[in-house]
Design a protein. Sequence first.
Length: 145
Amino acid sequence: MTLRNEDRPPPTALILAYGVYDCDFSRASYRRFGAGDYPLSAERMKFLWSTYLADPALRSSSLASPLQGDLSGLPPTRLIIAEADVLYDENVELAARLREAGNATQAVVYLGTCHGFIEAPAVAGISRRAIAEAGNWLATVTVAE
């Protein structure tokens, strides 16, 4: 978004893996997956936000919470979404908002996964699959450009 706003060349594409796109702990996925039974809890996210931006007033900035900003004119984006993740809802919302803003967007929910799953390719076939699929997608995007 900063590159776009400064009329600087954007990256060819974005691959975003279960990212944080808003500082809103009221989403349903926080209630479903945030109790501490999964790797990333609601309490952990609150702690992380408090260390990332100590001043809560700054957390709604579009650079901290992209869902609060203008999402038009961004590069093709692939979102890797973990199904059982406090961040699930904001990832799904980002995909929808990117599409609404006219951006080429592909979002894939990896069923049965939780936050951090992509970091385990040595032991998890679904991690290897997500990485391979992202690489294949990136190859098609860069060839088309």
